[in-house]
Design a protein around this ligand. Structure first.
Ligand SMILES: NC(=O)c1ccc[n+]([C@@H]2O[C@H](COP(=O)([O-])OP(=O)(O)OC[C@H]3O[C@@H](n4cnc5c(N)ncnc54)[C@H](O)[C@@H]3O)[C@@H](O)[C@H]2O)c1
Length: 305
């Protein structure tokens, strides 16, 4: 079994003061990487650094809201100033502003797009510039979501941002392949501040806080567990063992790791000289119309009472 060792590598993890980002930062530090912890919340960023240091790791905090070019450059520069290099970037920072389309304001839309989509773009661009200068490859781990893969009721802004992030991972994996920089989107599912309000999961998250582990149907069936369950994927993708993995969307959660398909044509029909509205109406039901796709995240399958 290969042993994952990231000694000598430097990482930036955005939004790593709590939740999944904190688990990623701990997992990277536990395998020897030095970590720039980033958050908007200074108290949680400082606490994260303290907990990583107490566990024997190396970390510093850089408190800045990701989204702008200036913030991205501050994060990359901090890694270079403190650790002399940058090898790993995890663009994890995120917020929700859920509303149905007809109630969503411009501010709701812009806030989510700025943090997730523009934050990922600006941080990845700054990291790619630095990693290409170093000439030793690197790892970009972007953070997608089931909502971005499938669509989700009430999440226009978030689904758009996360679908865009998966698209950027595919695009950048092509652009950065020659520089030996891998780019993947991970699709985590875990109990955090972001998900504890989902009514179906709330009782189990409450029970977990009281020391009761998640039942198997959640950990295996739904792939739903703790942030720590998702964290193993990050040092793995940053390691030598994963140099050949790029341009993928990889699901992780509970006891499950999964590979998502990419969008592709699944049915086609042809009309000599092109289609008319009438020929489309005629042929549709028996051709491509027979392969219509479902949308949305499947509802949790609870065991029979
Ligand atoms: N929890 C899940 O099941 C789940 C599922 C799919 C995707 N995700 C994604 O994983 C990431 C982490 O989610 P989480 O559940 O840990 O959320 P969380 O709310 O627990 O943590 C997010 C952290 O990001 C920080 N943050 C917010 N805006 C920021 C900004 N502009 N700059 C820097 N930091 C900022 C917050 O202060 C917070 O500490 C997000 O991108 C989220 O969309 C989570």
């Amino acid at each position: 079994m290969p042993s994952i060792d990231l000694t000598g590598k430097a990482a930036v993890v955005t939004g790593s003061g709590r939740g999944l980002g904190l688990a990623y930062a701990h997992a990277l530090a536990a395998r020897g990487a030095s970590v720039v912890v980033n958050d908007v919340d200074e108290a949680v960023a400082d606490a994260a650094v303290k907990s990583i240091t107490e566990a024997g790791g190396t970390a510093v905090a850089e408190v800045v809201p990701v989204g702008t070019t200036e913030a991205a450059e501050r994060l990359v520069n901090r890694a270079v100033e403190e650790f002399g290099r940058l090898d790993i970037l995890v663009t994890n920072a995120g917020i929700l502003r859920d509303k149905v389309l007809w109630k969503m304001t411009d501010d709701d839309f812009d806030a989510v797009i700025t943090t997730h989509l523009k934050g990922t773009f600006t941080c990845a661009r700054a990291a790619a510039v630095r990693m290409r200068e170093q000439g030793e490859g690197g790892t970009l781990i972007l953070v997608g979501s089931p909502a971005g893969q499938r669509g989700n009721f009430g999440q226009t802004n978030y689904a758009a941002a996360k679908a865009g992030i998966a698209a950027m991972a595919r695009t950048w994996s092509m652009e950065l392949g020659r520089a030996n920089i891998t780019v993947n989107a991970i699709v985590p599912v875990a109990a955090t501040a972001m998900t504890e309000t989902i009514p179906a999961f709330a009782p189990y998250i409450e029970a977990l806080k009281n020391g009761q582990p998640f039942p198997d149907f959640l950990r295996k069936g739904e792939g739903f567990g703790t942030p720590e369950d998702c964290a193993a994927l990050v040092p793995f993708l940053a390691s030598e063992a994963a140099r050949g993995i790029t341009g993928q969307a990889i699901g992780i959660g509970g006891d499950k790791v999964a590979l998502w398909s990419h969008p592709q044509e699944i049915a086609a029909a042809y009309a000599d000289g092109g289609w008319t509205p009438d020929t489309l109406a005629d042929v549709w039901p028996t051709s491509v119309g027979a392969a219509l796709q479902s949308v949305g995240i499947p509802a949790p399958k609870f065991p029979e009472a």
